[in-house]
Design a protein around this ligand. Structure first.
Ligand code: GLC
Length: 423
């Protein structure tokens, strides 16, 4: 097992900084959608320059679920090969035992600067197992030029989105743009589908799969309605290939001008407006639609944290790097250059941050109204819960299962995972 991990890791090492080895060499696994890896590398190299240490980078697989599987394998084998891990906001309960407590190293002033919800997500049994690095909230990217040309407002409900997407897709295709689709999102069977499906369901007041107190709520008519509606999009307003899309595939279609709407995280903002984008300046970022008139605008809270392995041979330097990268100056730089959402609320009022990301003001509300995946309630079992959920949702989206018929089975499976509700 350890040998296999070492081999895997050897294949993943992508860059070695050219600095002289004055201090320790700290290995950092940071990943990223879009330009996130570059942002990470630039920040870490600056830390290396200032501190006289060296940083080695590991680039893990792209999908959140594949990353988790690899990290679990490495950490379970006690591998010291990675010192600092970028982890998903839903992983502290799963991986927290492998990480050192950063509470005293950060100190109360630094901890107190961050969004309390992110600190809470990073805390397992009183231990701060990671430092918040950036927050994510699902948003709707809309082609404002197409909405205007076709005389349609920004959709407020999923029903409106569906109608507008169908109309614009039809008219654009009739005008010769035959690769146009209405709506692209993340439909592959992975963590990102849990995120999307939770947004459809929560926006229809259909709960969050498992409640904060551990009650399994997924088998309800609103959830069934939400999933049935999404099933109807596949092959009509969304390309059949959406069932294999993660974030970057959706961005590829949208950014080349072939979709009216896209669901994605804020990172895509910088890229859809970059010089090589076909849609620069034509895009608005707006809240995700409500599920019906009595639904609500919401989004799934995502985000990434930095954690230090307890197997690290350089825990002091590793913690210093994690604290540097999650600090105010770095979060500001990342917000300006990569639309990375700070976990330090004060930065949402920073003039340079606001100028680079005009939609951040709106996003502050989205983050405040965001729903959490049930990671806290399900603890170590979150990944099993999510995998069971996204696999079943995927079956509905492919048409192999009916939404209403699937939910009681999913509930049963979750009861088993929860050991009868005790988690
Ligand atoms: C983003 C989010 C993360 C989420 C993942 C799903 O990386 O930050 O929370 O789990 O997307 O693909």
């Amino acid at each position: 097992m350890a040998r296999r991990c070492a081999l895997l890791l050897a294949g993943m090492l992508t860059a070695v900084s050219a600095l002289p080895a004055a201090g320790a060499t700290v290995t950092l696994a940071c990943s990223g959608l879009g330009i996130s890896f570059d942002l990470c590398r630039d920040g870490a190299q600056e830390w290396a320059r200032r501190s006289g240490n060296e940083v080695r980078f590991v680039s893990p697989p792209k999908g959140a679920s594949e990353q988790l599987a690899l990290y679990q394998q490495l950490l379970a084998a006690g591998s010291p090969d990675i010192d600092v891990f970028q982890i998903d906001v839903v992983w502290p309960g799963i991986l927290g035992n492998y990480f050192i407590d950063l509470k005293d190293r950060a100190g109360p002033d630094v901890v107190g600067r961050h969004l309390p919800a992110m600190i809470e997500a990073a805390t397992v049994k009183g231990r701060l197992v990671a430092m918040p690095w950036f927050a994510d909230a699902g948003v709707l990217y809309a082609r404002k030029d197409l909405l205007e040309a076709h005389g349609r407002p920004v959709p407020q409900t999923w029903e409106e989105l569906q109608d507008t997407a169908a109309l614009i897709q039809r008219e654009e295709r009739a005008a010769g743009r035959d690769r146009m689709w209405g709506y692209v999102w993340q439909g592959r069977a992975y963590e990102g589908l849990t995120v999307n499906a939770l947004e459809w369901i929560a926006s229809r007041n259909g709960g969050t799969i498992v409640d904060p107190d551990g009650t399994i709520t997924i088998d309800n008519p609103r959830a069934a309605e939400a999933l049935a509606m999404a099933r109807g999009w596949v092959g009509s307003i969304s390309p059949p290939g959406v069932l294999n899309y993660m974030e970057e595939e959706a961005r590829g279609v949208f950014q080349s001008g072939n979709a009216v709407f896209m669901r994605n995280w804020p990172y895509a903002w910088t890229l859809v407006n970059a010089a090589d984008s076909a849609v620069g300046g034509k895009v608005a970022v707006v809240p995700l639609p409500k599920g019906g008139a009595d639904g609500r605008h919401t989004s799934t809270l995502g985000g990434q944290l930095l954690a230090v392995s307890k197997f690290s041979a350089h825990a002091d330097e590793a913690a210093d790097l994690a604290l540097y990268l999650t600090g105010l100056a770095e979060q500001k730089r990342r917000a300006i250059h990569g639309a990375s959402n700070p976990t330090i609320p004060a930065l949402y009022e920073d003039a340079e941050v606001v100028a680079a990301n005009p939609f951040f003001a709106e996003l502050a509300d989205s983050i405040a109204n965001a729903v959490n995946r049930p990671a806290q309630a399900t603890g170590m079992r979150y990944n099993q819960v999510s995998a069971e959920f996204y696999a079943n949702v995927h079956e509905v989206l492919t048409g192999r299962q009916d939404a209403k018929a699937m939910l009681p089975d999913l509930k049963e499976a979750l009861v088993r995972i929860s050991r009868g509700g005790r988690w």
